[in-house]
Design a protein around this ligand. Structure first.
Ligand code: SF4
Ligand code: SF4
Length: 465
């Protein structure tokens, strides 16, 4: 037996008693909502002769965690904090959560929300304490129109819902493919949400629809704050990815140099330490960071952290046993960049779920790595390589669909062109230039990469829910 929520959108008045009852029972702070009521509207007025007609419509959708058949949140969590009860209820063991926020990126319904007071993630737990005591969830009990309810579903390959569902006009969404789910539910989801829905007429028309109260219910982009640092938005993640990618690129290009020079070893060490500190600064509960290798079986975030650790261990080997550790360092670097790309390629953020993410990460690693190694040991082939990789970055940028952020992209494009010109000058005039030119080009490319990464994180704002 598995629990599922049911919601009759055709009769919801949008009073939000469910949203408030949930907030009250779970003592949620301002800005954190486990259950949200989305107000959707569309249509317009048309003039026909002297008469006006309208197809204006509006409806509400009350939604919390759907306790999915395939909970994506549980699969990606690096500390394995998610628990799936035998009755299908998915909840977070909050004592384990490290506050990384990755589950909220991966959930197509934006159900997990960060609690800035407790510094970890929280979400709807179906009020399982109420259920275990024979009571309904708080939201269901509060609904004055009785349009929000729960049913039990028979377990089995097709998860056939209670026979009453179709009779009541309720569609079991866990049995209906994502592309057929009504707005504003995401059509790409494959998690099979445990939600039975009776559609409002407005849901099934062809007219354009928009969420009218987005400011009220959108996920708060609360910067993590911990005892190490005050929150800096996504800045720690930008620093971590750029440091990790630059270090991986340096390891790859240095592989062809014999032996490692002291400046390269010191720079690599500095990048590893800075990247590691930045990743800790991003966590709400860094004291739980030791748990992040708990989910290597499924979570790419867990694997990324392992590869970052192995990369650091290979660097230590290079430092203390000269002549050893070079190959493991280069291989762990490739693995690290690949795992970073896998972490970000999420179906729930369509702009990231593309080959461009993998290509962009490897190109960033290559460009930054080649120029950083060139600073320590100038070689014409490193400058030429950086120039070609920058040209490839332009290709990836131009292939983006619906790119937006025109001004930032133009500035980035200009910096890339400047970097390409500089790299060509470095390659051909190297004998006659001092390190100032190489340093200037490195800083230009670093600025271009920071803008690229910033643009990347802006895509988080384009989520459907
Ligand atoms: S709605 Fe999101 S948080 Fe809830 S079970 Fe599904 S994937 Fe996980
Ligand atoms: S550790 Fe990260 S992914 Fe896991 S529940 Fe906490 S915030 Fe979500």
């Amino acid at each position: 037996m598995t629990y599922a929520f049911t919601f009759d959108a055709s009769a919801c008045s949008g009073c939000k008693a469910c949203q408030i009852a949930c907030k009250d029972k779970n003592n949620l702070p301002v800005g954190v909502l486990w259950r949200r009521v989305y107000e959707v509207s569309g249509g317009s007025w048309q003039q026909q002769g002297s008469a006006w007609t309208t197809d204006v419509f509006a409806y509400n959708l009350s939604i919390a965690c759907n306790h999915c058949v395939h909970p994506k949140c549980a699969g990606v969590c690096p500390v394995d904090a998610y628990v799936v009860r035998p009755d299908g209820i998915v909840y977070i063991d909050e004592s384990k959560c490290v506050g990384c926020g990755y589950c909220s990126w991966a959930c197509p319904y934006s159900a997990p929300r960060y609690n800035p007071e407790l510094r970890h993630m929280m979400k709807c737990n179906f009020c399982f304490d109420n259920l275990d005591a024979g009571l309904p969830p708080a939201c269901v009990a509060a609904c004055p129109l009785r349009v929000l309810d729960i049913v039990t579903v028979d377990d089995g390959p097709t998860m056939v819902g209670s026979g009453l569902l179709p009779a009541q006009g309720l569609q079991p969404l866990w049995n209906i493919p994502g592309p057929e789910h009504p707005f504003p539910l995401p059509t790409f989801s494959r998690t099979q949400p445990h939600l039975g829905l009776k559609a409002h007429l407005g849901m099934v028309n062809e007219l354009e629809k928009e969420i009218s109260n987005w400011e009220e219910i959108k996920p708060q982009s609360t910067p993590r704050k911990n005892f190490l640092l005050k929150g800096f938005g996504e800045l720690p993640l930008i620093i971590f990815t750029l440091c990790g990618q630059m270090a991986a690129g340096m390891a790859l290009f240095s592989f062809f140099l014999e032996p490692f020079s002291i400046p390269i070893l010191i720079t690599l060490g500095g990048l590893i330490v800075l990247g590691g500190l930045a990743s800790l600064a991003h966590l709400g509960a860094p004291l739980n960071a030791w748990r992040t290798l708990n989910h290597l079986k499924k979570s790419w975030l867990s694997r990324e952290i392992l590869l970052f650790g192995l990369f650091g261990a290979s660097w230590l080997t290079c430092l203390f046993i000269p002549g050893m550790g070079k190959l493991p360092l280069a291989l762990c670097g490739i693995g690290l960049v690949y795992s970073m790309a896998r972490v970000y390629r999420l179906r729930s953020i369509p702009a990231w779920d593309s080959w461009r993410t993998t290509a962009a990460f490897f190109l960033s690693a290559g460009v930054l790595g080649a120029l950083a190694v060139h600073l320590a040991e100038p070689k014409a082939w490193l400058a030429i390589g950086a120039g070609f990789l920058l040209a490839a970055e332009v290709g990836v940028m131009l292939s983006e669909k619906n790119p937006g952020y025109e001004t930032a992209r133009k500035i980035r494009g200009g910096l890339i062109l400047l970097g390409m010109t500089g790299a060509a000058a470095l390659a051909f005039l190297m004998e006659n230039t001092g390190s100032w030119l190489a340093s200037g080009i490195f800083l230009i490319v670093l600025a271009e990469e920071i803008i690229g990464r910033w643009l990347f994180y802006q895509r988080l704002e384009e989520r459907v829910l």
